[in-house]
Design a protein around this ligand. Structure first.
Ligand SMILES: Nc1ncnc2c1ncn2[C@@H]1O[C@H](COP(=O)(O)OP(=O)(O)OP(=O)(O)O)[C@@H](O)[C@H]1O
Length: 262
């Protein structure tokens, strides 16, 4: 209802002085950053630095110890009706794809439509079929997750994340468990879908190939620092950062050519 009133420069996501963790253990302290509309934004960093923790707090699965997460200017912890309206604007793809094994792909993709819309069953199934086509799974609508490959499961998970035409999609380690070729295909599909639909994407990953292929900008987290140690386009960081932790991470096993070399 308010969509048309949102100024274009309100970021898709604003994380403001977020402190989060588990019980008394602080994992991230006083973290702030914004994600612009339409960008592909990566949260990167070594194992255990808090990438998944940050993602879980961003999507409201866990409550922060302090700070606020805003979507299009609207804080997530608003009243239930407003919260639902905000949640409808994003889709999530978890590491495991989280498909229901007892449901066909079409039924899996229909689920968010059943939960969040009043569409008839026929319309839901039609949309699900379209979403599956968008990720190259035409012909597999009536298959069960156990009958398809890991890469296809990820694509089905992507179709489900896109079911409600979300403005933001969140991915937690999308290429986990995939071979490099399948992983590259998933990257290409993600980029194509996000750019075509103008979707903002927030992706947790430590896969260098995906980071360099997809990310407009990244934030890099550090376990000891309990926060962000670098922010920017990954090639720029790889080429110009003076922080040994950033250099070590981003130049791990690839030679990164600077984007502009004279
Ligand atoms: N549910 C939990 N309860 C307590 N501690 C947790 C929980 N989940 C994660 N942690 C701790 O929080 C820290 C950050 O974990 P997190 O999974 O967010 O890191 P990550 O950067 O996503 O790591 P990885 O790349 O290995 O998946 C770790 O020390 C982890 O042990």
């Amino acid at each position: 209802m308010n969509d048309s009133l949102e100024p274009a420069d309100v970021p898709a996501i604003a994380v403001e002085q977020l402190t989060c963790g588990y019980d008394a253990a602080v994992i991230l302290r006083d973290v702030s950053f914004t994600v612009r509309r339409g960008e592909i934004f990566f949260i990167i960093g070594g194992s255990g630095c808090g990438k998944s923790t940050l993602l879980r707090h961003m999507i409201g699965l866990d409550q922060p110890m302090a700070g606020t997460v805003r979507f299009f200017g609207e804080p997530l912890e608003a009243d239930p009706v407003r919260r639902r309206a905000v949640l409808m604007r994003f889709g999530v793809l978890f590491q495991s794809s989280a498909l229901w094994s007892s449901l066909t792909l079409r039924q899996n993709v229909s689920l968010p439509l059943e939960e969040y819309t009043d569409l008839s069953r026929r319309d839901r199934e039609e949309i699900a079929t379209l979403k599956l086509a968008q990720v190259g799974l035409t012909g597999y609508e009536d298959y069960y997750p156990a009958e398809i490959s890991g890469g296809m499961k990820k694509r089905a998970g992507l179709a489900r994340a896109l079911a409600l035409d979300p403005e933001i999609v969140f991915f937690d380690e999308p290429s986990a468990g995939l071979d490099p070729i399948t992983s590259r295909k998933l990257d290409e599909l993600t980029r194509q879908v996000c750019h075509t639909l103008g979707t903002t994407a927030v992706i947790v990953s430590h896969e260098l190939a995906s980071i360099f292929a997809l990310a407009d900008r990244v934030i890099m987290l550090d376990r000891e620092e309990k926060g962000i140690i670098a922010e920017g386009p990954p090639r720029e960081l790889a080429a110009h950062s003076r922080d040994p932790r950033v250099i070590e991470f981003l130049r791990r096993d690839v030679e990164v050519a600077p984007t502009s070399k004279h």
